[in-house]
Design a protein around this ligand. Structure first.
Ligand SMILES: Cc1cc2nc3c(=O)[nH]c(=O)nc-3n(C[C@H](O)[C@H](O)[C@H](O)COP(=O)(O)OP(=O)(O)OC[C@H]3O[C@@H](n4cnc5c(N)ncnc54)[C@H](O)[C@@H]3O)c2cc1C
Length: 523
């Protein structure tokens, strides 16, 4: 049996996207281990962000205005104090990123240039070379992390379980790149494992975004918040690629329309702004056309001069499927894009479990409510990663380093079951996706609970099922439509004061048990 040495006084960060790497850098010189499922810089939504980061850095803009826009987008569920504090810290975090080497676009006088995005009342999105923000941020942070001797990165390592000792989180059970299991002890564990788009059949997220962080925290007893709120992007390019490439909103902004297979421009009868209606409304309309088997297409033919020069990424994706956007319709489908819910945290990023913090998309801080304002997610990741580093920094520093031998388990188990994972994703898209109703969700919940029970020995599948169970239980309980959560049987918002959802895995299982007539075998 081989062993690996771990410093038991380490901080262990699960995830190497923006939240994880920023937290690790802020903790320098404290010893930190970062584990990432994919090679560092890959397998992270951060690297794919095209817009940028929202921050009130332009003349005339204020954090108060930024917070107001955030609160309006969140459909009654944003924690207002959290949104305001996040907006106030944004300029400092942008300065941190500049110091780590992120080349945000500047004007000739050296001032940051800012762009405008939907539902922002001011120009406040800092970006890099147009749509390269995510890739540039990751490149700069990866380089900074590689130079920091106090940060150790374990790539290709997957967290499967939290270790609990004396009722606090004491480390993580990790599957190494060789498929073997090890227990990694830590004084503080930071979950920064990103979102869960891959619980759905069509998503814009990398494959690593499959809800693991939420599942392992929930199984250890942590409280989840607002799991039912998933944001769907209305126009992923539907050419059978997984993940699906995005047809950016800018294409509709430039005049492309949405049509069904019969050539009907279906948005005209749904919203006065037609294709430029809010994201969730367009996503529902596209979904309805697909459900009715009429098809949904983006029609950019003749609408946009120099299409290939202006949208090279979209053009390349289309061409790879034999589609010429200047002559052909582009097939589109709504895609799971961002998770507003997650592991509930306080203003320091602490979860309900001692020893466990959460930052980035895996966390639910209250900043997004029922719907995220564009470009607030990268901001939330850096704001909370910095706060967590400060909070952990107040733990007494280790006087001496305690090395623990972590034995590497002998037998690699079967870790995934692609066919059942696909079936679960289709189930979520059909019944817990863009349009939901009681009957569909009850059926889905019973089936998901069965998968979670029956396939608990296959860690990837089990963690996906656990995360799916939490979303579905939260969605079934919310008998209204609000933000990213739309129910055809409750199409309006409840007029009573809006409340966030807080639930544990035991709560979710109890809800599942109440809809499951009897234990039945699940194929
Ligand atoms: C196409 C696209 C465009 C976007 N554009 C924008 C934008 O312009 N502005 C904006 O604000 N937001 C945008 N977002 C959202 C934003 O990118 C994400 O919310 C944000 O990057 C999340 O950062 P994170 O660090 O929490 O997670 P990620 O960057 O996804 O990183 C998660 C990390 O955790 C690792 N991981 C996952 N599971 C495990 C496990 N079990 N064990 C070990 N490691 C694990 C992953 O490999 C990865 O390293 C976009 C998202 C997408 C998909």
């Amino acid at each position: 049996m081989r062993t690996t040495q771990f410093n038991a006084d380490d901080v262990l960060i699960v995830g190497g996207g923006l939240a994880g790497l920023f937290c690790a850098l802020k903790l320098v010189p404290r010893p930190v281990t970062v584990i990432t499922a994919a090679p560092i810089g890959e397998g992270a939504s951060t690297a794919w962000a095209q817009g940028g980061i929202a921050a009130a850095v332009a003349e005339g803009d204020t954090p108060e205005a930024h917070a107001r826009d955030t609160i309006a987008a969140g459909a009654g569920l944003v924690d207002e104090a959290i949104a305001l504090a996040m907006a106030r810290e944004a300029p400092d975090r942008i300065r941190d990123l500049l110091a780590y080497g992120v080349p945000f676009d500047k004007d000739l006088e050296g001032r940051l240039t800012v762009g405008r995005e939907a539902a922002h009342s001011a120009r406040r999105i800092v970006h890099v070379r147009g749509d390269q923000a995510g890739a540039a941020i990751m490149a700069a942070l990866v380089a900074a992390v590689r130079k920091a001797p106090s940060i150790r990165v374990l790539e290709g390592h997957v967290a499967e379980e939290l270790l609990i000792e004396d009722r606090r989180v004491a480390g993580v059970q990790v599957r190494g790149a060789d498929g073997l299991l090890m227990n990694v002890p830590a004084r503080a564990v930071v979950l920064a494992s990103g979102g869960l788009g891959h619980l759905y059949a069509v998503t814009t997220n990398p494959t690593e975004a499959r809800g693991h962080g939420m599942a392992i925290a929930a199984r250890a007893g942590a409280v989840m918040a607002d799991p039912e709120f998933v944001q769907f992007h209305p126009t992923a390019i539907d050419i059978g690629r997984d993940p699906a490439p995005l047809a950016t909103e800018a294409i509709r902004g430039e005049g492309a329309t949405l049509v069904n297979g019969a050539g009907e421009r279906f948005m005209l009868k749904i919203h006065p702004d037609a294709e430029l209606a809010p994201r969730d409304i367009v996503a529902r309309a596209v979904f309805a056309e697909l459900q009715a088997r009429r098809g949904a297409f983006l029609d950019a033919r003749g609408a946009i001069p120099n299409f290939a020069q202006r949208f090279p990424g979209v053009t390349a994706s289309c061409r790879s499927a034999g589609i010429d956007p200047t002559r052909d319709l582009i097939p589109v489908a709504p895609a799971a894009h961002y998770h507003m819910g997650g592991v509930a945290t306080d203003a320091n990023g602490r979860t309900s479990l001692d020893g466990l913090w959460a930052a980035g998309e895996v966390a639910s801080t209250g900043a997004h409510g029922a719907n995220r304002l564009a470009s607030n997610s990268l901001l939330e990741a850096v704001v909370y990663a910095a706060r967590i580093a400060e909070d952990i920094g107040q733990l007494p520093s280790p006087k001496s380093v305690r090395f623990v031998e972590a034995p590497l388990g002998a037998t690699p188990a079967v870790t995934s079951d692609p066919a059942r994972e696909q079936a679960l994703r289709r189930l979520m898209s059909s019944h817990v996706g863009v349009i939901r109703d009681r009957e569909g969700m009850r059926r889905a919940l019973a089936e998901i609970a069965g998968i979670e029970r029956k396939w608990s020995r296959i860690p990837q599948l089990r963690n996906m099922a656990t995360a799916a169970l939490l979303i579905t239980a939260g969605a079934l309980q919310r008998e209204e439509s609000r933000g990213g959560h739309y129910r055809s049987d409750y199409p309006n918002a409840d007029p009573a004061p809006a409340k966030r959802t807080f639930l544990t895995l035991d709560d979710a299982r109890a809800i599942a048990a109440s809809v499951t007539p009897a234990r039945r075998a699940v194929a």
